[in-house]
Design a protein around this ligand. Sequence first.
Ligand code: SF4
Length: 637
Amino acid sequence: MKTSPQSIHALLEAAAPLVDLAIEEDIGPGDATSLSTLPPHTDLTGRIIAKEPGIIAGLPVATAVFCKVDPSITVTPLVEEGQEVVTGDIIATVAGPGRSLLAAERIALNFLQRMSGIATQTNALVDAVDATRATILDTRKTLPGYRILDKYAVRMGGGTNHRMSLSDMMMIKDNHIDGSGGITRAVQQARTHYPDLPVEVEVRNFDELREALTCDPPLDRILLDNMTPDQMREAVMIADGRVPLEASGNITLARAAEVAATGVDYLSAGSLTHSVKALDLSMKIGSKAGNALSERIRRIRQIKAELGDRMVILGHHYQRDEIVNLADFRGDSLQLARKAIQTDAEYIVFCGVHFMAESAAVLAKAHQHVLIPDMSAGCYLADTATPQGVVAAWEALDAATGNADEAFTPITYVNSTAALKAFCGRHGGIVCTSGNADEVSRWALTQRPGIFFFPDQHLGRNTAHKMGIADSEMLVWDSFNPPGADAVRASKVIIWPGACKVHQRFLPEHVGAVRQRYPGIRVIVHPECPASVVDLADENGSTAYIIRRIDEAAPGTQWAVGTESRLVHRLQALHPEQKIITLADVPAFCGSMSRITLRKLAHLLEALARGEVLNEVTVDAETARWAKIALERMLEL
Ligand code: SF4
């Protein structure tokens, strides 16, 4: 992610004395081994490599260590802060005097591994509660002296910081309550002495919760201390949205989803920073190793030249730069599939996610084979809707209306499996993209009175809003607690509850924050963002729309862009004459796209060069036939 200059400045300011201390304790008067074994003036290069998957945080601090040890060392980060990496990814290259590099290596890695470990653990919790409205918070249980570093790493993992210190927010806990004679009195005292500070109160039972809810003005937050999920659910009902609720106590990865599903607004987890498991990273030294990246690129280019027109490489806009730079075509999913089938290439190598390769396979000519560098590169959004789940919902709609095929036109967003596209084909339905969802929905309503839209709830709702359909006419499908027949019959749009975990990270407060910091900035977001964000934005549209708007804008235009970070960074590089920032200081990298690496692409192409076809994505003939019908209905509009 592109971190703001302010947050990097604060990070480096806090890290400077820690870096000095670490150098003093580890190197002291000198690295005896390197000084004795390496001849002076030996220059080395090296790579910092991920030995396990995770989220990277702390590259600016690691860079500060190398440069403090020897200002002539050059560090070149190859990933962004907050970016997901997989095993074998090169995170940065380093070059400079060998003795200095080896002396600084351990210290730099210690910072980077700890911070990346925090970001990785945070991201796992954020993922676990993704399907709920809950936000993951850290606590003050940080390593003494490392608070700013630890909390920065939490942000890089997609979490949100709780208070930084005792002075910036009041947290009235059991001891304060008991010592001051009750919640009401404690809150009054607190507000008298510090009227400008937000106030949070910890409650141990429902009596205390009810008392806390009577505070006037309302509290900023109430903390439910060590309650069971059942108790939290009841607390949520009692609070009824009047004050945000925070769950605390034993928030582990195993429990997070269950706790978040109770309806609380925040989960705070001390373990994020007090029980850190460092991310396994290493540094490989050697000028030969340092050239591996360029050697891989050279080899891919060579195989491309050898295969000529027999192969095309497709690079989705959300792919890594090094992949996109090697692609024959760059674009969004359907655009790429359509470009590929306009060629006669025998091999279509899709550097995107699995459903995209499936769409290409559905549309491909008989002699074309669609390959993907990593079969496990799925899509979080597409995976939220399984054929079984959608069929079960359809059967319930059928029972409620007497005949779902007369009541609802099924629309599947192109970000879905071929099986769901085929479902739409069979049931008179259609596929849509983020660029034509309103046109498709208008068509759908000429066919039947209602729409069943899947899998993206936000695109479904945003599209319905564009068509003037009110929230009261929409119903989000709940497979665990299906709505009654009356509710189904009263709904014009039934929406599947899926969401893209990249785009749903953008929040209304991010829009407010960028507008405050950059007056006059235009906010442009993808319609996979929540409606609360889309409604506040100046513009919303597909990836192609966002690119076009920025390409056509006048020099000096300011943009805050709410979509995947790699695309935003590319737009920044392409348009230095404009100010382009990501909408929020949160990681918005698509982890599924990150699974495609140069190493995996090279592996696939080496096999092709030997005449061996790996990772072919196929769709059975019957599914492909119906999926194609649904796609063609869209293309004919
Ligand atoms: S950005 Fe979202 S919708 Fe696109 S591939 Fe990634 S998870 Fe799926």
